[in-house]
Design a binder for this molecule. Structure first.
Ligand code: FNR
Length: 312
Protein backbone atom coordinates (compact mmCIF):
# COMPACT_ATOMS: atom_id res chain seq x y z
CA UNK A 1 0.00 0.00 0.00
CA UNK A 2 1.43 3.42 -0.81
CA UNK A 3 2.10 6.07 1.79
CA UNK A 4 -0.88 8.27 0.86
CA UNK A 5 -3.27 5.30 1.13
CA UNK A 6 -1.76 4.41 4.50
CA UNK A 7 -2.47 7.95 5.66
CA UNK A 8 -6.09 7.68 4.58
CA UNK A 9 -6.51 4.37 6.36
CA UNK A 10 -4.87 5.38 9.63
CA UNK A 11 -6.43 8.86 9.64
CA UNK A 12 -9.86 7.26 9.86
CA UNK A 13 -9.14 5.48 13.11
CA UNK A 14 -7.12 8.21 14.72
CA UNK A 15 -8.76 11.01 16.64
CA UNK A 16 -7.34 13.15 19.40
CA UNK A 17 -8.98 12.45 22.76
CA UNK A 18 -8.68 16.06 23.83
CA UNK A 19 -10.30 18.86 21.90
CA UNK A 20 -9.73 22.43 23.05
CA UNK A 21 -13.17 23.55 21.86
CA UNK A 22 -14.82 21.62 24.71
CA UNK A 23 -13.26 24.07 27.18
CA UNK A 24 -15.22 26.96 25.69
CA UNK A 25 -18.87 28.02 25.85
CA UNK A 26 -20.61 30.44 23.53
CA UNK A 27 -22.36 33.46 24.95
CA UNK A 28 -26.02 32.46 24.71
CA UNK A 29 -28.53 35.31 24.47
CA UNK A 30 -32.16 34.37 25.17
CA UNK A 31 -33.80 37.27 23.36
CA UNK A 32 -32.65 37.66 19.76
CA UNK A 33 -33.18 40.96 17.95
CA UNK A 34 -33.83 39.51 14.48
CA UNK A 35 -34.94 36.38 12.61
CA UNK A 36 -32.96 33.59 10.96
CA UNK A 37 -33.39 35.10 7.50
CA UNK A 38 -31.59 38.27 8.56
CA UNK A 39 -28.39 36.40 9.34
CA UNK A 40 -25.49 36.88 6.92
CA UNK A 41 -23.15 33.87 7.02
CA UNK A 42 -20.74 35.20 4.40
CA UNK A 43 -17.04 35.65 4.91
CA UNK A 44 -14.08 36.69 2.78
CA UNK A 45 -10.57 35.27 2.46
CA UNK A 46 -8.32 37.34 0.25
CA UNK A 47 -10.86 38.82 -2.14
CA UNK A 48 -12.85 35.59 -2.43
CA UNK A 49 -16.31 35.53 -0.84
CA UNK A 50 -17.51 32.30 0.82
CA UNK A 51 -21.29 32.01 1.30
CA UNK A 52 -20.67 29.95 4.44
CA UNK A 53 -17.63 30.27 6.70
CA UNK A 54 -16.38 26.68 6.35
CA UNK A 55 -14.73 24.58 3.66
CA UNK A 56 -13.40 21.12 2.88
CA UNK A 57 -9.71 21.16 3.79
CA UNK A 58 -6.84 19.24 2.21
CA UNK A 59 -7.07 15.49 2.12
CA UNK A 60 -4.60 13.70 -0.03
CA UNK A 61 -4.85 12.79 -3.71
CA UNK A 62 -2.44 11.15 -6.12
CA UNK A 63 -3.27 7.48 -5.60
CA UNK A 64 -6.22 5.65 -7.12
CA UNK A 65 -8.09 5.90 -3.84
CA UNK A 66 -7.03 9.50 -3.32
CA UNK A 67 -8.20 10.47 -6.81
CA UNK A 68 -11.59 8.89 -6.18
CA UNK A 69 -11.89 10.89 -2.96
CA UNK A 70 -10.99 14.10 -4.81
CA UNK A 71 -13.63 13.36 -7.48
CA UNK A 72 -16.26 12.78 -4.80
CA UNK A 73 -15.26 15.92 -2.92
CA UNK A 74 -15.42 17.94 -6.13
CA UNK A 75 -18.97 16.66 -6.65
CA UNK A 76 -19.90 17.53 -3.06
CA UNK A 77 -18.37 20.99 -3.47
CA UNK A 78 -20.37 21.61 -6.65
CA UNK A 79 -23.65 20.48 -5.06
CA UNK A 80 -23.22 22.46 -1.84
CA UNK A 81 -21.28 25.52 -3.01
CA UNK A 82 -18.74 24.81 -0.25
CA UNK A 83 -15.17 25.50 -1.33
CA UNK A 84 -12.70 22.61 -1.73
CA UNK A 85 -9.00 22.71 -0.95
CA UNK A 86 -7.72 19.41 -2.32
CA UNK A 87 -4.64 17.64 -0.91
CA UNK A 88 -1.07 18.00 -2.07
CA UNK A 89 -0.46 18.49 -5.79
CA UNK A 90 2.99 16.85 -5.56
CA UNK A 91 2.08 13.49 -7.18
CA UNK A 92 0.94 15.41 -10.28
CA UNK A 93 4.07 17.51 -10.80
CA UNK A 94 5.67 17.16 -14.24
CA UNK A 95 2.64 15.31 -15.61
CA UNK A 96 0.77 16.36 -18.74
CA UNK A 97 -2.74 15.19 -17.77
CA UNK A 98 -3.75 15.80 -14.17
CA UNK A 99 -6.88 14.59 -12.43
CA UNK A 100 -6.56 17.26 -9.71
CA UNK A 101 -9.74 19.36 -9.13
CA UNK A 102 -9.80 22.66 -11.05
CA UNK A 103 -10.88 26.20 -10.09
CA UNK A 104 -10.64 25.50 -6.36
CA UNK A 105 -7.58 25.61 -4.11
CA UNK A 106 -4.24 23.97 -4.83
CA UNK A 107 -1.90 22.62 -2.17
CA UNK A 108 1.85 22.08 -2.28
CA UNK A 109 4.64 21.80 0.28
CA UNK A 110 6.97 24.59 1.37
CA UNK A 111 9.87 22.28 0.40
CA UNK A 112 9.02 22.85 -3.28
CA UNK A 113 10.58 25.79 -5.17
CA UNK A 114 8.39 28.53 -6.61
CA UNK A 115 8.47 27.22 -10.20
CA UNK A 116 6.63 24.05 -9.10
CA UNK A 117 4.03 26.11 -7.26
CA UNK A 118 3.50 28.13 -10.46
CA UNK A 119 3.12 24.89 -12.43
CA UNK A 120 0.50 23.63 -9.95
CA UNK A 121 -1.44 26.90 -10.14
CA UNK A 122 -1.45 27.11 -13.93
CA UNK A 123 -2.52 23.46 -14.34
CA UNK A 124 -5.43 23.80 -11.94
CA UNK A 125 -6.52 27.41 -12.45
CA UNK A 126 -6.64 27.61 -8.66
CA UNK A 127 -8.13 30.54 -6.75
CA UNK A 128 -5.85 30.00 -3.72
CA UNK A 129 -2.48 28.45 -3.09
CA UNK A 130 -2.07 26.57 0.18
CA UNK A 131 1.61 26.15 1.05
CA UNK A 132 1.74 23.42 3.66
CA UNK A 133 4.29 22.89 6.43
CA UNK A 134 4.53 19.38 7.88
CA UNK A 135 7.72 19.51 9.93
CA UNK A 136 6.76 17.01 12.63
CA UNK A 137 5.62 14.47 10.07
CA UNK A 138 8.94 14.78 8.18
CA UNK A 139 10.89 14.33 11.40
CA UNK A 140 8.88 11.31 12.54
CA UNK A 141 9.10 9.54 9.15
CA UNK A 142 12.42 7.69 8.79
CA UNK A 143 12.28 8.47 5.05
CA UNK A 144 11.30 12.11 5.75
CA UNK A 145 13.17 15.27 4.76
CA UNK A 146 16.26 16.13 6.81
CA UNK A 147 17.26 19.44 5.23
CA UNK A 148 15.09 22.47 5.78
CA UNK A 149 17.38 25.33 4.70
CA UNK A 150 15.33 26.05 1.58
CA UNK A 151 11.96 26.45 3.32
CA UNK A 152 12.24 30.14 4.15
CA UNK A 153 13.61 31.16 0.77
CA UNK A 154 11.03 29.04 -1.07
CA UNK A 155 8.27 30.79 0.86
CA UNK A 156 9.73 34.24 0.17
CA UNK A 157 9.94 33.46 -3.56
CA UNK A 158 6.37 32.14 -3.57
CA UNK A 159 5.02 35.22 -1.80
CA UNK A 160 6.80 37.62 -4.15
CA UNK A 161 5.85 35.77 -7.35
CA UNK A 162 2.44 34.12 -6.99
CA UNK A 163 -0.50 36.35 -8.00
CA UNK A 164 -3.35 34.51 -6.26
CA UNK A 165 -3.80 34.61 -2.44
CA UNK A 166 -1.25 32.43 -0.63
CA UNK A 167 -2.19 30.61 2.57
CA UNK A 168 0.55 29.23 4.81
CA UNK A 169 -0.98 26.07 6.26
CA UNK A 170 -0.02 23.84 9.17
CA UNK A 171 -1.06 20.21 9.10
CA UNK A 172 -2.44 19.49 12.55
CA UNK A 173 0.20 20.73 15.02
CA UNK A 174 -0.86 24.37 15.22
CA UNK A 175 1.08 27.63 15.27
CA UNK A 176 2.40 29.55 18.25
CA UNK A 177 3.91 32.99 18.72
CA UNK A 178 7.23 32.00 17.14
CA UNK A 179 5.54 30.81 13.96
CA UNK A 180 3.37 33.93 13.77
CA UNK A 181 6.41 36.22 14.13
CA UNK A 182 8.33 34.32 11.47
CA UNK A 183 5.37 34.23 9.09
CA UNK A 184 4.96 37.99 9.53
CA UNK A 185 8.65 38.63 8.83
CA UNK A 186 8.45 36.53 5.70
CA UNK A 187 5.42 38.48 4.44
CA UNK A 188 2.61 35.94 4.90
CA UNK A 189 -0.88 37.48 5.02
CA UNK A 190 -3.16 34.45 5.40
CA UNK A 191 -2.58 31.59 7.85
CA UNK A 192 -4.39 28.30 8.35
CA UNK A 193 -3.19 27.54 11.86
CA UNK A 194 -4.38 23.89 11.58
CA UNK A 195 -3.93 22.84 15.17
CA UNK A 196 -4.11 19.80 17.43
CA UNK A 197 -7.38 18.24 18.46
CA UNK A 198 -8.14 16.12 15.39
CA UNK A 199 -5.86 14.34 12.95
CA UNK A 200 -2.39 13.76 14.38
CA UNK A 201 0.22 12.83 11.80
CA UNK A 202 2.76 11.75 14.41
CA UNK A 203 0.21 9.19 15.56
CA UNK A 204 -0.50 8.12 11.97
CA UNK A 205 3.21 7.66 11.24
CA UNK A 206 3.69 5.75 14.51
CA UNK A 207 0.87 3.41 13.56
CA UNK A 208 2.27 2.85 10.06
CA UNK A 209 5.38 1.25 11.45
CA UNK A 210 4.16 0.07 14.81
CA UNK A 211 6.63 2.33 16.55
CA UNK A 212 5.62 3.97 19.73
CA UNK A 213 7.39 7.30 19.53
CA UNK A 214 4.31 8.65 21.22
CA UNK A 215 6.06 11.72 22.60
CA UNK A 216 6.00 13.34 19.16
CA UNK A 217 2.22 13.26 19.33
CA UNK A 218 2.37 15.70 22.25
CA UNK A 219 4.13 18.59 20.47
CA UNK A 220 2.32 21.63 19.12
CA UNK A 221 -0.72 23.78 19.83
CA UNK A 222 -4.39 22.96 20.08
CA UNK A 223 -6.45 24.86 17.51
CA UNK A 224 -8.04 26.92 20.29
CA UNK A 225 -4.60 27.81 21.72
CA UNK A 226 -3.41 29.00 18.31
CA UNK A 227 -6.56 31.09 17.97
CA UNK A 228 -5.94 32.70 21.37
CA UNK A 229 -2.32 33.51 20.46
CA UNK A 230 -3.42 34.81 17.04
CA UNK A 231 -5.44 37.60 18.70
CA UNK A 232 -2.18 39.49 19.22
CA UNK A 233 -1.63 39.34 15.45
CA UNK A 234 -5.13 40.21 14.31
CA UNK A 235 -3.96 43.18 12.25
CA UNK A 236 -1.24 41.14 10.56
CA UNK A 237 -3.07 38.08 9.26
CA UNK A 238 -6.37 36.73 8.07
CA UNK A 239 -6.72 33.65 10.25
CA UNK A 240 -8.23 30.38 9.08
CA UNK A 241 -8.86 27.69 11.70
CA UNK A 242 -8.68 23.96 11.20
CA UNK A 243 -7.77 20.86 13.19
CA UNK A 244 -10.30 18.86 15.17
CA UNK A 245 -13.50 20.46 13.89
CA UNK A 246 -16.27 17.92 14.63
CA UNK A 247 -19.53 19.78 14.17
CA UNK A 248 -21.13 23.20 13.52
CA UNK A 249 -20.69 24.26 17.16
CA UNK A 250 -16.89 23.93 16.78
CA UNK A 251 -17.11 26.05 13.61
CA UNK A 252 -18.99 28.82 15.40
CA UNK A 253 -16.64 28.71 18.39
CA UNK A 254 -13.63 29.05 16.06
CA UNK A 255 -15.27 32.08 14.43
CA UNK A 256 -16.05 33.59 17.84
CA UNK A 257 -12.36 33.14 18.72
CA UNK A 258 -11.36 35.19 15.68
CA UNK A 259 -11.13 32.86 12.66
CA UNK A 260 -12.48 34.17 9.35
CA UNK A 261 -13.12 30.69 7.97
CA UNK A 262 -12.89 27.12 9.19
CA UNK A 263 -11.50 24.01 7.44
CA UNK A 264 -12.58 20.42 7.98
CA UNK A 265 -10.64 17.31 6.86
CA UNK A 266 -11.08 14.19 8.93
CA UNK A 267 -14.73 14.65 9.97
CA UNK A 268 -15.80 15.02 6.31
CA UNK A 269 -13.45 12.27 5.11
CA UNK A 270 -15.01 9.85 7.55
CA UNK A 271 -18.58 10.63 6.44
CA UNK A 272 -17.53 10.25 2.80
CA UNK A 273 -15.80 6.92 3.42
CA UNK A 274 -18.45 5.41 5.69
CA UNK A 275 -21.68 6.78 4.24
CA UNK A 276 -20.86 8.12 0.79
CA UNK A 277 -20.98 11.42 -1.03
CA UNK A 278 -24.75 12.02 -0.74
CA UNK A 279 -24.49 11.65 3.02
CA UNK A 280 -21.72 14.23 3.03
CA UNK A 281 -23.90 16.61 1.02
CA UNK A 282 -26.70 16.15 3.58
CA UNK A 283 -24.28 16.75 6.43
CA UNK A 284 -22.91 19.93 4.89
CA UNK A 285 -26.43 21.24 4.30
CA UNK A 286 -27.27 20.51 7.93
CA UNK A 287 -24.10 22.33 9.05
CA UNK A 288 -25.14 25.40 7.03
CA UNK A 289 -28.50 25.46 8.78
CA UNK A 290 -27.03 24.84 12.22
CA UNK A 291 -24.36 27.51 11.85
CA UNK A 292 -27.14 29.99 11.11
CA UNK A 293 -29.16 28.69 14.09
CA UNK A 294 -26.21 28.91 16.48
CA UNK A 295 -25.41 32.44 15.28
CA UNK A 296 -28.98 33.35 16.19
CA UNK A 297 -28.48 31.88 19.67
CA UNK A 298 -25.67 34.37 20.20
CA UNK A 299 -27.68 37.25 18.70
CA UNK A 300 -25.06 37.66 15.95
CA UNK A 301 -26.26 38.97 12.61
CA UNK A 302 -22.94 38.30 10.91
CA UNK A 303 -19.50 36.82 11.57
CA UNK A 304 -18.16 40.18 12.77
CA UNK A 305 -20.82 40.30 15.52
CA UNK A 306 -19.89 36.81 16.69
CA UNK A 307 -16.36 37.82 17.63
CA UNK A 308 -15.61 37.52 21.32
CA UNK A 309 -19.00 36.04 22.25
CA UNK A 310 -17.30 33.10 23.92
CA UNK A 311 -15.92 32.29 27.36
CA UNK A 312 -13.69 29.67 28.91
C1 FNR B 1 -4.30 15.60 5.44
N1 FNR B 1 -3.80 16.90 5.57
C2 FNR B 1 -3.11 17.47 4.52
N2 FNR B 1 -2.74 18.77 4.56
C3 FNR B 1 -2.11 19.36 3.53
O1 FNR B 1 -1.82 20.55 3.60
N3 FNR B 1 -1.78 18.63 2.41
C4 FNR B 1 -2.11 17.31 2.29
O2 FNR B 1 -1.83 16.68 1.27
C5 FNR B 1 -2.78 16.69 3.39
N4 FNR B 1 -3.12 15.36 3.34
C6 FNR B 1 -3.92 14.82 4.33
C7 FNR B 1 -4.37 13.51 4.22
C8 FNR B 1 -5.23 12.97 5.18
C9 FNR B 1 -5.72 11.56 5.03
C10 FNR B 1 -5.66 13.78 6.27
C11 FNR B 1 -6.63 13.26 7.30
C12 FNR B 1 -5.18 15.06 6.40
C13 FNR B 1 -3.97 17.68 6.82
C14 FNR B 1 -5.32 18.37 6.92
O3 FNR B 1 -5.52 19.30 5.88
C15 FNR B 1 -5.48 19.10 8.28
O4 FNR B 1 -4.51 20.11 8.39
C16 FNR B 1 -5.36 18.15 9.46
O5 FNR B 1 -5.86 16.88 9.12
C17 FNR B 1 -6.12 18.63 10.70
O6 FNR B 1 -7.51 18.75 10.43
P1 FNR B 1 -8.61 17.62 10.86
O7 FNR B 1 -8.30 16.38 10.09
O8 FNR B 1 -8.43 17.44 12.33
O9 FNR B 1 -9.92 18.22 10.45
Amino acid sequence: MNRKDDHLKFALDSMSKKNGFDEYMLEYISIPSFGLNDIDTRTKIGEVVFEYPFFINSITGGSEKGDKINKDLEYVSEKTGIFLFPGSYSPFLNKEEVSYPKNQGVNLGIDKPVNLHLEAISKTNAKFLQVHVNLIQEIVMPEGERNFETWESNLKDILSTVKIPVILKETGFGMGRGSFIKAKELGVKILDISGKGGTNFAQIENRRRNKEKKYYEEIGYYTTESLEIAKEFKDDFEIIASGGIRHPLDVVKALALGAKAVGISKTFLEILEVNGRDALIDTINTWKEDIRNIMLLTDSKNIEELRGKIRR
